[in-house]
Design a protein around this ligand. Structure first.
Ligand SMILES: Cc1cc2nc3c(=O)[nH]c(=O)nc-3n(C[C@H](O)[C@H](O)[C@H](O)COP(=O)(O)OP(=O)(O)OC[C@H]3O[C@@H](n4cnc5c(N)ncnc54)[C@H](O)[C@@H]3O)c2cc1C
Ligand code: FES
Length: 292
């Protein structure tokens, strides 16, 4: 393939499509799920990859926004993409008002996504709307669905746990989707309205402290997505128990394809550190390499 340092290397492997919204429904407080029929992207996406989305013909905002792919669901023409978004600023506020049939521009699949994670217990730690990259990862690692073109093979993992934390239960979207796949879901809320009162990282600490196989290189794997402070704490806990941990960073992005350097994060190198583009060299990084 072309030079991987050149932005065209990434841009050329993505597809841009204009698709009509098939469904746009509220799934939690200030949180919506939009369904898009886009086989070109849905048929190729890997867990942890994302798409850039733009309101077609709209200049406010001018730039697209990155959204993780939440699910890939079969439809009459192949597959549809489900995205879950929390209403935050201009784009998500406008998207929440869009109705079925409204066109969106999207391009993807983007980013590195999660690698296959051989282990006996996969622990996913999500804060806020950080659960979005994990449903496909759980489906894949529980042997329920394959992703990518050609479909990627994964030896099923016996146990997958989602530690999900939010301010309150009303903000938690998709719990039933994870449970339906056989994921062991544990909740933490700041107001105590569901699960344990407190921080989601406390759930992670409890699991790692109780695990008989802690210290074994392949028994447990941790993946984490959410607010930076939460990911930093999860990374510290995983390091303390010597469990490998990957984080999916959510840095703001402008192009999504490696051109603008809006999205850089400080990543440790053999000597010192360097800026890496989250959109193409991430968003998934080894937690030990991130300079928090
Ligand atoms: C790889 C990736 C995957 C993502 N997946 C999802 C997803 O599945 N669902 C979802 O709801 N969101 C996701 N996000 C975050 C989403 O892209 C941003 O929240 C987006 O900017 C919202 O657009 P907006 O116009 O509504 O808000 P904006 O007007 O862009 O932002 C509103 C406010 O939030 C701040 N902000 C913007 N982006 C971020 C960020 N990434 N982190 C912290 N603060 C930010 C801005 O500075 C501003 O103050 C993802 C981000 C990345 C990089
Ligand atoms: S968003 Fe432009 S280089 Fe990453």
């Amino acid at each position: 393939m072309s030079n991987p340092l050149h932005a065209a290397h990434y841009a050329d492997s993505a597809r841009q499509c204009r698709v009509a919204i098939a469904e746009n429904v509220q799934v939690a407080r200030d949180t919506y799920r939009v369904r898009l029929h886009c086989e070109e992207i849905a048929g190729r996406i890997l867990p942890g990859q994302f798409v850039m989305v733009r309101l077609s013909g709209c200049n406010d905002p001018l730039l697209g926004r990155p959204l993780a792919v939440y699910d890939v669901v079969p439809d009459a023409a192949g597959h549809a993409l489900d995205l879950i978004y929390h209403v935050k600023g201009r784009f998500t506020t406008r998207l929440a008002r869009c109705e079925r049939g409204q066109p969106l521009d999207l391009w993807g699949p983007l980013g590195n996504g999660f690698p296959v994670l051989p282990c006996t217990h996969l622990v996913m730690v999500a804060g806020g709307v950080g659960q979005t990259p994990f449903l496909t990862l759980a489906k894949e690692h529980l042997g329920r669905q394959q992703f990518g073109a050609p479909p990627r093979s994964v030896v099923p993992v016996p146990r997958v746990t989602l530690c999900f934390g939010a301010q309150s239960h009303e903000f938690m979207a998709g719990i039933a989707d994870f449970e339906a796949q056989g994921v062991d879901v544990r909740l933490a809320t700041e107001d105590g309205s569901a699960g344990q009162r407190g921080l989601v990282t406390e759930l992670l600490e409890q699991i790692l402290a109780a695990a008989p196989s802690t210290g074994s290189a392949t028994a447990l794997r941790v993946v984490c997505c959410g607010p930076e402070a939460m990911m930093r704490t999860a990374a510290q806990i995983a390091a303390r128990y010597q469990v490998p941990c990957l984080v999916s960073l959510e840095t703001p992005m402008a192009c999504g394809i490696g051109i603008c350097f809006t999205c850089v994060a400080k990543i440790r190198q053999k000597s010192g550190w360097d800026y890496k583009r989250t959109c193409v060299e991430g968003p998934v990084f080894d937690a030990r390499d991130v300079c928090w």
